[in-house]
Design a protein around this ligand. Structure first.
Ligand code: NDP
Length: 324
C-alpha cells in the first residue's frame, strides 16, 4: 500500500481507503461488513469513511461494533464521520451545520462508532442557513476538546472553503484540512480546475468519493442488468437514472476496449486513473462483496500502465477533462 499526506497536514492516509455509504447497515450484512474491513486493513488500508447520515446512523453503529471486535490499535487507523444530513431524527436542529448540531452530531458519532475521538470530521454539505464562521468556531471547539483531530468539508465550493480558511485566519483558529469531492473519469471539474488554488496556496488534502461512479466504471452495466446491485435498491431510482444515462454508457464501452487492450479490469483502471492525480490524498473505495474489494485494492498495480499516451487517449475518449 502507498501512503499519502493528507494535504499539508502531517497525517498519512492510505492511497486507497474504504467507505460505507449504502453498504454498511443497509445493503450488506454486518458479517460482510466485518469481512470487508478485515480485507482492507490487512491490505494496508488505514482510513475508514463514515457519516451520521449513512443508513441514518446504522452505518456508524456497524462500523463501531467491528472496530471494537477487531481490537485494532487505535493509532493504526483513521476513522471519519460527517455532519449535515442528520442521523435517525431530522428535526430542525438535528441537521445542518449550526454549533448545536455540529457538537451534538459529533457526540452521536463518537457513541455510535464507540471511539473517543474522530480522526477526520467533515461538513457533509454547505449549510446556507448557518454562517460559515459559526461552523468554523464549532469545529475548533471540538478540536480543543480532543473529540476530533482534523476537520474538513465535502462538496463545498472553492469560494466556501476559501471563506472558511479566511475566518479561521481572522480568529487565529484551525481551518479545514481536507475536502471530500466526487472524483472519477466522468466528474473531474473540482479536482482539476475549481480547487487548484486551494491545493497550491492552502495545501488542502482530498479524500475522493465514487471512483467507479457507483459501479458504472467497472463496466458491469454495459448489458443493462442491475440485479443484485445498489441500482436495484429501493429508493435508488434517482441514482439508477443518473448512472445509466446513454452518453455515459457509450463512454464506458470505449473505456472497456482500452482496458481490454491493457489486459486489466476496467474497475482497476478507473481506480488507478484517480490515483494518478497528485492532489488526491486517498481514493475511497466502496464494495458490497469481498471479491470487488480485493480486485479494487490491487489497482495500484495498474499505475505504471497509465502512461502519458494512454492518459491522453482516455481524455479524448471521455471528453470530461475541464478546459484550462
Ligand atoms: P464507487 O463509485 O466505487 O462504487 C462502489 C460500488 O460499485 C460498490 O458498492 C459495488 O456496488 C460496485 N463495485 C465496486 N467494485 C466493483 C468491481 N470491482 N466490480 C463491479 N462492481 C463493483 O464508490 P462509492 O459510491 O461507494 O463511494 C465510495 C465511498 O465514498 C462511500 O462509501 C463513502 O464513504 C464516500 N462517499 C462520499 C460522498 C460524499 O458526499 N461525501 C458521496 C458518496 C460516497 P454494487 O453493490 O452495486 O455491486
Amino acid at each position: 500500500m502507498e501512503y499519502r499526506r493528507l494535504g499539508k497536514s502531517g497525517l498519512q492516509v492510505s492511497a486507497l481507503s474504504l467507505g460505507s455509504w449504502l453498504t454498511f447497515g443497509n445493503q450488506i450484512s454486518d458479517k460482510v461488513a466485518d469481512e470487508l474491513m478485515g480485507i482492507a486493513y490487512d491490505a494496508g488500508v488505514n482510513f475508514f469513511d463514515n457519516a451520521e447520515g449513512y443508513a441514518e446512523g446504522k452505518s456508524e453503529i456497524t462500523m463501531g461494533k467491528i472496530l471494537k471486535a477487531q481490537k485494532w490499535d487505535r493509532d493504526s487507523f483513521v476513522v471519519s464521520s460527517k455532519v449535515f444530513f442528520g442521523a435517525e431524527n431530522k428535526g430542525p436542529n438535528q441537521m445542518g451545520l449550526s454549533r448545536k448540531h455540529v457538537i451534538e452530531a459529533c457526540n452521536g458519532a463518537l457513541s455510535r462508532l464507540q471511539v473517543d475521538y474522530l480522526d477526520l470530521y467533515f461538513c457533509h454539505r454547505p449549510d446556507k442557513n448557518t454562517p460559515i464562521a459559526e461552523t468554523v468556531l464549532a469545529m475548533n471547539t471540538l478540536l480543543q476538546q480532543g473529540k476530533i483531530l482534523y476537520w474538513g468539508t465535502s462538496e463545498w465550493s472553492a469560494a466556501e472553503i476559501t471563506e472558511a480558511i479566511g475566518v479561521a485566519k481572522d480568529y487565529r483558529l484551525i481551518g479545514p484540512t481536507m475536502e471530500q469531492p466526487q472524483y472519477n473519469l466522468l466528474t473531474r471539474d473540482k479536482l482539476e480546475q475549481e480547487f487548484l488554488l486551494l491545493f497550491r496556496d492552502h495545501g488542502i488534502g482530498t479524500t475522493t468519493w465514487s471512483p467507479l461512479a457507483s459501479g458504472l466504471l467497472s463496466g458491469k452495466y454495459t448489458k443493462g442488468d442491475v440485479k443484485d446491485t445498489r441500482l436495484d435498491m429501493k429508493g435508488m431510482e434517482w441514482l439508477k437514472d443518473r448512472t445509466l444515462a446513454d452518453e455515459r454508457m457509450k463512454k464506458v464501452g470505449d473505456l472497456q476496449k482500452l482496458a481490454d487492450k491493457l489486459n486489466v479490469s476496467l474497475a482497476k483502471m478507473s481506480v488507478a486513473w484517480c490515483l494518478k492525480n497528485p492532489n488526491v490524498s486517498t481514493v475511497i473505495l466502496g464494495a458490497s462483496k469481498a471479491a470487488q474489494l480485493k480486485e479494487n485494492l490491487t489497482s495500484l498495480e495498474v499505475l505504471p500502465l497509465l502512461t502519458d499516451e494512454i492518459m491522453l487517449q482516455i481524455d479524448e475518449m471521455m471528453g470530461t477533462k475541464p478546459v484550462q
